[in-house]
Ligand binder design. Structure first.
Ligand code: ADP
Length: 478
């Protein structure tokens, strides 16, 4: 079975969030199920030189305003096609926005081009490699599915939502530039609240829809989480599947992780102490034996960072120290800095994106906080489980599906792996931290939380099987 995966980021070539990790980890997991994946993404600056066994496999004289080509090759054990279109992608800045913040004004053209080219590959323009199915990830890939549909191509497709908050909405005036038939500008096409919606177009056009956890699949059918798309998603409920993300357990493996000061395993959890000392040092925390709670996150409203800032004094009063790594909204960054200044030695904040440090935190902190208001799946709690860094999570989306709360029943049965609290509630967050700080004092119970978490299967093996089964059923006409 051949699958073309369409995405705007893939780890480690380009990453702004969990999407990149998922897009990179799924193909190797699927190969065990007889699925051969090629991932197509834009050739952002610096990507082409990293490709091995490079070959141009198709060219365009003019693709949305300039010449372009598809370059096939391999990098980091992944089979890739890069869309080399310098007028769209060869520019300094981020994948979606200028370094100064604002989105690229031609994002509609950039990701319509990615979609157009992916649909062409699915129709067989590349000699020797025609996929049996196209798998589109998030709004940036949504148009691939729409083009397939309006081309009348037979190739089945899957549209995966990693986060419904990002929808790729553009004014109606761009429609003419998309090269679709006039009939596509309709409620069952790409039209969305009077404009054009790329994610909406994908959701409307794909053979099947998936999102990254069963709970989020239910939540997005409601107005509170559906963000304007709940009507469409409900209409397509029979085609909607919730498949929880896994993680790459080779990259996230505390027994062999170069980013740690000290590697360890479930039998040698004591060795985490050396990493804990390193976390204290890196975050300027006072050295003591109390728990360190941590956060590794984009600093945004979705992630509940304002609630963390609000609950911070109470958290420190509960005896916790906090190590925070993140970047994002300037107002939230400064709220955290202000809070840290109130608690020298108790709260340390590092602003920035630091993959290495994120590993050290998971390997050294005692607990990882994920206070999201909504969370399609979430990866940091899965890394936490794998590293014995006990997750404390809001009860929403994939967080609710992956962490077993340390309630009385779960503790008695010895199956608890972390803590859950009511989402969107700073008081509940503070209470959960207090609960965790109390249990931390009971070393045997805390150790049980850690070892149970480390035993949890957070790999891709089960979920890859579910994707493969879905692909197979769609290819077989189902
Ligand atoms: P989202 O994709 O919504 O940001 P996820 O939990 O699904 O949230 O994935 C976030 C990913 O980004 C994880 O791999 C996490 O470790 C990483 N990450 C987030 N912020 C940082 C940061 N400041 N430094 C390093 N890694 C980060």
């Amino acid at each position: 079975m051949k699958v073309l995966s369409v995405a705007s980021e893939v780890f480690p070539l380009v990453k702004t969030g969990g999407l990149a990790d998922v897009v990179a980890a799924l193909p190797p997991a699927l190969s065990g199920h007889g699925v051969e994946t090629i991932t197509i993404l834009p050739a952002y600056p610096g990507l082409l030189p990293r490709l091995e066994k490079k070959a141009a496999v198709h060219g365009y004289e003019s693709l949305f305003g300039g010449p372009a080509s598809i370059v096939r090759g391999r990098a980091f054990s992944l089979d890739l096609m890069l869309l080399d279109a310098p007028h769209l992608f060869d520019r300094a800045g981020g994948p979606y926005a200028e370094s100064t913040g604002p989105d690229w004004p031609d994002n509609w053209r950039r990701f319509a081009a990615l979609g157009r080219v992916a649909a062409d590959v699915a129709r067989g323009v590349v000699k020797d490699w025609k996929p049996d199915l196209l798998h589109a990830h998030d709004w940036q890939a949504g148009m691939a599915v729409a083009y397939l549909r309006y081309d009348g191509a037979k190739c089945p497709s899957v549209m995966t939502v990693h986060n419904l908050a990002f929808q790729g909405q553009f004014p109606a005036s761009i429609f003419r530039g998309l090269g679709l038939p006039d009939t596509a500008f309709s409620i069952d096409g790409v039209e969305y609240y009077g404009g054009v919606g790329f994610l909406k177009a994908g959701l409307q056009s794909a053979s099947a829809l998936t999102t990254v956890s069963p709970t989020y699949a239910q939540e997005i059918r409601t107005p509170g989480f559906g963000m304007g798309l709940e009507g469409l998603i409900n209409a397509r409920a029979a085609d909607l599947h919730g498949i929880v993300n896994g993680i790459d357990i080779d990259i996230w493996y505390p027994g062999k992780d170069d980013h740690l000061v000290q590697t360890y395993g479930p039998q040698t959890i004591d060795k985490r102490k050396a990493n804990k000392r390193a976390v204290e040092e890196r975050f300027g925390l006072a050295e003591d034996d109390g728990p360190i709670f941590s956060l590794v996150s984009r600093l945004t409203w979705q992630k509940g960072i304002d609630m963390l800032a609000a609950a911070l004094d109470g958290i420190v009063a509960a005896g916790a120290r906090l190590a925070i790594l993140g970047s994002g909204d300037a107002a939230l960054e400064s709220a955290l800095h202000t809070a840290a200044a109130r608690h020298p030695g108790r709260v340390g904040v590092v602003i920035g994106y630091d993959e290495r440090l994120s590993h050290l935190i998971q390997g050294g902190a005692d607990a990882i906080l994920v206070p999201s208001r909504f969370e399609p799946c979430g990866l940091t709690q899965l890394y936490g489980l794998r590293y014995g860094c006990v997750p404390i999570v809001a009860r929403t989306g994939g967080l609710a599906d992956t962490v077993i709360d340390a309630n009385e029943a779960a503790l008695t049965a010895g199956v608890a792996t972390g803590f859950q609290f009511a989402s969107s509630d700073a008081g509940a967050l503070e209470h959960a931290v207090r609960r965790a700080a109390t249990i931390y004092e009971d070393r045997k119970t805390w150790l049980s939380l850690q070892t149970q978490g480390m035993k949890a299967d957070v790999s891709w093996s089960r979920s890859a099987g579910l994707y493969a089964a879905l692909y197979r059923s769609l290819i077989n006409g189902g």
